[in-house]
Design a protein around this ligand. Structure first.
Ligand SMILES: NC(=O)C1=CN([C@@H]2O[C@H](COP(=O)(O)OP(=O)(O)OC[C@H]3O[C@@H](n4cnc5c(N)ncnc54)[C@H](OP(=O)(O)O)[C@@H]3O)[C@@H](O)[C@H]2O)C=CC1
Ligand SMILES: CC(=O)N[C@@H](CCC(=O)OP(=O)(O)O)C(=O)O
Length: 383
């Protein structure tokens, strides 16, 4: 099967084109932001749920953003506190407002909202935001197009059915053009990001079969958020690996929605997530069956062609969470299985960055006409 005109074979490291893209992004002037049709120097940003892990990560990454200025931060139990009291490590984030309750935010002083609230809480908040505000929602509340599916997997009726119809699912590399035109973006879940980025192009190209996809995924503990839970106690999470949500994790319908769009037919996956004794990082090992006559070189050629100009997605050995820690990168690798006709696709991200806050900023940059990479080109922290 003809899959691409790109050279196949070895993993391609950075290309000249990518380097040029990255340099351009760093030099981008702040005055290019456009909001509600008018040019503006700064975009005023509210982070809802800023006392949680993803909210903190948005503020940390925005400390290097030339255009987005934080003008409101909310917390629930932590409301009333200085942000620096809750997160003393953010040395330069001293000019940000203190944490307030959502009801106390002055919305006419806000152009953009990063919504980092728990799911179910989010729908009611986002639905009532003034129309001039652009929103990237990090929760799962708007990710499933089918509100009945939402009710089934999240255990409650959808509370913003009309708004759901206009929301764009923002897996940036795959939905960039739709994101640019959106007002409200549903930021993908961390597991769905790590799985869809490698598998969607392979399914679209007809290179892998959709009948027999097995995903063995692992997440760092920060994936569960900052609030106290018994299974997250050091004594119960360290020195062990815990499979959870077996056969019923709520990221399954989200992954299937993306793979079904790519396949044009129903897809059922086998997906098992594991809680790993590490703070950050996510690794998804995807076991797939190749279409007749297809080789691993074809899979690699397809992914190289798809992502050759993308700043954040790279085909690179060997696929360790150490290589993406604190960064917005997704590293993918493809191996030939010992069982003939099968391949193993490994994908790693940082759950809090490409899996949440980094991708949210990537999407928000697009909503305001900014270079997508703005404030996101940090390399991974290693070791
Ligand atoms: N952690 C991750 O890796 C990822 C998380 N997500 C999603 O992002 C969202 C945020 O996750 P995360 O940051 O980890 O969660 P956290 O538990 O760390 O933070 C939740 C935040 O929401 C606030 N909050 C909680 N309940 C309410 C409420 N009833 N009203 C108003 N504010 C409230 C908390 O305030 P306070 O602490 O002051 O009480 C806190 O600021 C969730 O929907 C999560 O599923 C998505 C991808 C990855
Ligand atoms: C380790 C851990 O508990 N991870 C979370 C996923 C985090 C994420 O992306 O979740 P949302 O869909 O809620 O946004 C979980 O499995 O529920």
């Amino acid at each position: 099967m003809q899959v691409s005109s790109c050279p196949s074979g070895r993993q391609a490291p950075f290309t000249v084109a990518r380097r040029a893209l990255q340099c351009r992004a760093v030099a981008a002037p702040a005055a290019t932001a456009a909001t509600a049709g008018k040019s503006t120097e700064q975009v005023r940003v509210a982070v809802l749920g800023a006392s949680g892990y993803t909210g903190e990560e948005v503020v940390r990454l925005l400390s290097l953003h030339p255009t987005f200025k934080v003008t409101a931060l909310t917390g629930d139990r932590q409301a009333g506190k200085e942000f620096s009291e809750v997160f003393p490590h953010l040395i330069t984030a001293t000019d940000v407002p203190s944490l307030c309750k959502i009801d106390d935010v002055k919305w006419d002083g806000v152009d953009a909202v990063f919504c980092c609230l728990p799911h179910a809480t989010t729908q009611v908040v986002v639905k009532d935001l003034p129309q001039h505000i652009k929103v990237v929602d990090l929760s799962a509340d708007f990710r499933l197009r089918d509100v009945n599916s939402y009710a089934e997997w999240y255990g409650g009726e959808h509370k913003a059915v009309e708004l759901q119809k206009e929301v764009v699912y923002g897996l940036t590399e795959l939905h960039r053009e739709a994101v640019k035109k959106a007002r409200v973006v549903a930021n993908p879940g961390c597991y769905p990001t790590s799985v869809q980025l490698p598998l969607v192009p392979l399914i679209e190209a007809g290179l892998i079969l959709t009948e027999d996809i097995i995903i063995d995924a692992k997440s760092g503990i920060s994936g569960a958020g900052r609030s106290a839970k018994q299974n997250l106690l050091y004594s119960e999470a360290t020195e062990g690996i815990n499979a959870y949500g077996v056969t019923k994790h709520r990221h399954m319908p989200e992954i299937e929605q993306g793979l079904e769009d790519a396949a044009g037919k129903p897809v059922r996956i086998s997906f098992t997530p594991h809680l790993m004794p590490m703070t950050r990082g996510m690794e998804s090992s995807c076991y797939v069956k190749m279409a007749p006559g297809i080789t691993v070189a074809d899979l690699r050629t397809c992914l190289e062609a798809k992502y050759k100009d993308e700043p954040f997605v790279h085909l690179l050995a060997p696929g360790s969470t150490h290589h993406v820690r604190g960064s917005n990168y997704n590293l993918i690798n493809v191996f030939e299985d010992r069982i003939p006709g099968r391949a193993i696709v490994i994908s790693v991200i940082d759950n809090l960055v490409k899996g949440a806050s980094g991708q949210a900023i990537q999407n928000m940059n697009l909503l305001f006409g900014l270079p997508e990479e703005t404030a996101l080109l940090q390399q991974a922290l290693f070791p």
